[in-house]
Design a protein around this ligand. Structure first.
Ligand SMILES: Nc1ncnc2c1ncn2[C@@H]1O[C@H](COP(=O)(O)OP(=O)(O)O)[C@@H](O)[C@H]1O
Ligand SMILES: N[C@@H](CCOP(=O)(O)O)C(=O)O
Length: 321
């Protein structure tokens, strides 16, 4: 359960008094997510999400994240909206953390997504990329090559505790990616964490995207590689090309990939697998026993990384010529 910071009813009521959010009827911590503390509030005006921003979220980046949600929603993308306070600010403070009230999005995330859902996700990702055009703020990807090196420097001495030989393997991987990372692909605002738990469906219809707290500027097709990693592998580690094909077709139905983007997909998928391996490894090694959060398995992403290493072209992900 991701509630890192506790709140009291008194502090919450004082926080809510800064908003036109009605009267507090009830609140509870949300047992999902790993990055921030989230609470579901019921007020006399309806349900709301309260988010307290934690460890990996820089306060200076919050205007980017909150402004982006507003920009995307204004352009028709279904995503939550931050509520303004009475003084117009989108951000307040609660229990010593930066905090925001966010509109409640109806829907559930899918525990067992199928190919038809992957198609919808690919389409929504491309719609987000198009809707992100013209967003005035910029945020470089803090979890690209340089960020990976920093994370790795903090974990590598203990990496072999997780699997023998990892220190050499991952050191070699980072060196390879540093030398071969693509340049000059089309870029824009990416979600950067569009995993199944961040996409809501109502029955089989996609109802919206949440959790924009890793969003940044990077290659658009890198975001597709993140989704391929997150949606198109089965529990046993096998790649499901039917899902991959549906995801890529859904994406291209809105925003066709250039040849250069298609050619870069294998190396970008390698990079995005490494990115999630590294944050999971770091959390695995540093999260104290008993913390109210479910730690995610880094080895799942090591297996994916090894799969991508032997992929020769995007056709192996399901991209049709
Ligand atoms: N706007 C929202 N509407 C409805 N539920 C939400 C909303 N935002 C978050 N949640 C709930 O909170 C959970 C964790 O949110 P998430 O943003 O993924 O947290 P974290 O940033 O900590 O990973 C989600 O799985 C969902 O159940
Ligand atoms: N998606 C990441 C972890 C971030 O969690 P989220 O709850 O913010 O999506 C992973 O799976 O490692």
């Amino acid at each position: 359960m991701a509630v890192y910071t506790d709140i009291t009813e008194t502090d919450l009521k004082a926080f809510l008094a800064e908003y036109e959010a009605g009267e507090l009827l009830s609140y509870k911590g949300i047992a999902e997510g790993v990055e921030n503390s989230n609470f579901l509030l019921h007020t006399s005006t309806g349900p709301l999400i309260l988010t307290l921003y934690e460890k990996r979220v820089e306060k200076n980046d919050l205007p980017f994240f909150l402004g982006l949600m507003q920009h995307l929603a204004d352009r028709g993308l279904s995503c939550p909206l931050p509520l303004p306070r009475k003084d117009g600010a989108l951000l307040g403070e609660l229990s010593g953390r930066p905090a925001a009230l966010i509109s409640f999005l109806e829907g559930m995330w899918l525990r067992k997504p199928e190919a038809k859902h992957c198609r919808e996700v690919g389409k929504a990702l491309a719609q987000m990329h198009v809707a992100g055009e013209g967003f005035a703020l910029k945020r470089p990807n803090a979890l690209s090559l340089e960020g990976w090196k920093t994370l790795w420097a903090r974990s590598k001495d203990r990496a072999d505790e997780v699997e023998k030989g990892l220190e050499d393997e991952i050191g070699g991987e980072i060196a390879f990616l540093s030398q071969n990372w693509p340049k000059n692909l089309p870029d824009g605002v990416i979600h950067a964490d569009l995993f199944p738990d961040n996409v809501f469906f109502l029955n089989d219809d996609l109802s919206g995207l949440i959790d924009f707290y890793f969003a940044c500027n990077d290659f658009l097709v890198y975001d597709l590689s993140i989704c391929i990693n997150a949606w198109c592998f089965e529990k046993d580690g096998a790649y499901n090309i039917t899902k991959g094909m549906a995801m890529i077709e859904g994406y291209q139905s809105v925003r066709p990939l250039s040849q250069a983007e298609a050619a870069a997909l294998p190396i970008l998928s390698r990079g995005s697998a490494l990115r999630f391996f590294l944050t999971r490894l770091y959390d695995w090694l540093t999260t104290p026993e008993g913390a109210l959060v479910v730690k995610k398995d880094p080895l799942e992403y090591l297996k994916k990384l090894r799969f991508h290493r032997q992929v020769a072209s995007a056709a192996e992900y399901g991209l049709r010529a």
